[in-house]
Design a protein around this ligand. Structure first.
Ligand code: ADP
Ligand code: ADP
Ligand code: MG
Length: 451
């Protein structure tokens, strides 16, 4: 493989995860970090750490020049962007390549193409993949949006073409509301994403979020089956599973084939995720977007397939062919991931940075805890509040839920508020156990649990 040393351009649990994958492959690691992350686990684990700026991400983790300079100075030959920060920035991928380094992910053109959610819808449609009824191009003005919304029927969603992380999406129930929301949505998108482009989608009511993991080396493309991510708050995932429960075999086959077709259409290189909304009543599914990076919830796929997706993406970037054929990817049992955040569910998820006083992590072959925590670590207030991900494997979903309850009971994190109690309540909930959930379930259920 062409790669010997990897610069990790991220922080938190995913930086730790990338470090582990590099060690598996026998690679050296260089960790860039902000002043706020000097004492982080990622810094401790790396062969070399380079401080690239002060705490605010705009002055550190988002500084392309400083990251490339650190790669040069340390002799790293590849850059792993993780998720968030610069992971879906095509200009970053280009700058890495222009500096003679390897970007671990698809090239800048593919990132830009698929990162534009309207362009991605067009590519999906061309590949014969069903998309949510809505725009075929960015909305020229409010009248174009009104005409389209009238044609597809309310409620609709106004979405930012460059949106992500659950931001830049508005639900609209009427023409008056549309006319009122449109200019605000455009202004907000321009301010948040540097791109005011908007599009419209029909709102799929009672949808489930089901997404397909793909891997491609530019010549061959495989899927690693799907994940169920319907338990969301503010359109951000809270709990994820693999595989999706109750998905009829033919729907699974169609969805996974659609994702592979889409990957092949753009000569995709690396790991990616094709997201869909699934309507259980009609068993229809609709493409929503592609994420051109490793995702937070990738471990549930690893638990059921035995693959190391991060190692796989490094190998592909290093010029190797995919190590697996489609038939090698087989589902074993069921896995659930709980995102443990430093937030208080009883106080409207108020984030609470602080120092970890006590940490007790359950260890067992069916349990995985991806985290950057250690006793004495201080969670800084500058970044997202993810503390770690508790992932549990079981022979089937029922066994997995039972196991999850006892494992959540064993997990102790003291010193900061956490969402462990939220996950314990979900794991014990009859509707969750019955699979009676959709993307709106969690927000409707919360007031009864955490008034
Ligand atoms: P996943 O499907 O992997 O959960 P998310 O959408 O939750 O993906 O994003 C993962 C991380 O990236 C989160 O920290 C999220 O806040 C961040 N993120 C993703 N897209 C954007 C964006 N366009 N702007 C800001 N943050 C983003
Ligand atoms: P992001 O780029 O922020 O991840 P997505 O387009 O993937 O945005 O949508 C995030 C979430 O918003 C979905 O998982 C789903 O819960 C909800 N959503 C998005 N589009 C629709 C739609 N057309 N109908 C219903 N829900 C939607
Ligand atoms: Mg999404």
């Amino acid at each position: 493989m062409k790669i010997r040393s990897v610069l990790i351009a991220n922080r938190g649990e995913i930086a730790v995860r990338i470090n582990r994958a590099c060690r598996t492959l026998g690679l050296r690691t260089v960790q860039v970090h902000s002043a706020a992350d000097r004492d982080s686990l990622a810094v401790r684990l790396a062969d070399r750490a380079i401080e690239i700026g002060p705490a605010p991400a705009a002055k550190s983790y988002l500084r392309i020049d400083a990251i490339i300079e650190a790669a040069r100075a340390s002799g790293a030959d590849a850059v792993h962007p993780g998720y968030g920060f610069l992971a879906e920035n095509g200009d970053f991928a280009d700058a890495v390549a222009a500096a003679g380094l390897i970007f671990i992910g698809p090239d800048g053109d593919a990132i830009r193409l698929l990162g534009d959610k309207v362009a991605a819808r067009q590519i999906a449609a061309e590949a014969g993949v069903p998309t949510v009824p809505g725009s075929t191009a960015r909305l020229a003005d409010v009248d174009a949006g009104l005409a389209l919304a009238h044609r597809i029927g309310y409620p609709v969603m106004i979405k930012a073409a460059a949106g992500g992380g659950g931001r830049g999406i508005r639900v609209v129930h009427s023409a008056e509301e549309f006319a009122r929301q449109f200019p605000q949505a455009a202004a907000e998108a321009a301010a948040s994403f540097g791109d005011g482009g908007l599009y419209v989608e029909k709102m799929i009511e009672s949808a489930r979020h089901v997404e397909v993991q793909i891997l491609g080396d530019g010549q061959r493309y495989v899927h690693c089956f799907e994940r169920e991510c319907s338990l969301q708050r503010r359109r951000q995932k809270v709990w994820e599973e693999a595989p999706a429960f109750d998905l009829p075999a033919e729907v699974r086959a169609q969805m996974c084939t659609a994702a592979v077709k889409l990957a092949a259409r753009v000569d995709y290189q690396g790991a990616g995720t094709v997201e869909f909304l699934y309507d259980r009543a009609t068993t229809s599914f609709y493409f929503i977007e592609v994420n051109t990076r490793i995702q937070v919830e990738h471990p549930v796929t690893e638990m059921i397939t035995g693959l190391d997706l991060v190692a796989e993406m490094i190998r592909i970037a290093g010029g190797e062919r995919l190590s697996i054929e489609q038939d090698d990817v087989v589902i074993h049992g069921h896995a659930i991931e709980c995102r443990i955040n430093a937030e208080n569910p009883a106080r409207n998820f108020l984030p609470g940075p602080g120092t970890i006083k006590s940490l007790k992590v359950p260890h067992a072959p069916d349990v995985r805890f991806d985290s950057m925590l250690f006793e004495g670590y201080t969670v800084p207030p500058f970044y997202d509040s993810l503390l770690g991900k508790l992932i549990v494997h079981g022979a089937d979903r029922a066994a997995c839920l039972t196991r999850l309850q006892s494992v959540l009971n064993e997990l102790v994190i003291e010193g900061v508020p956490t969402t462990i109690a939220l996950h314990a309540a979900l794991a014990a909930d009859a509707s969750v156990a019955a699979g009676n959930i959709d993307t709106r379930f969690l927000e409707g259920w919360l007031p009864s649990q955490f008034p």
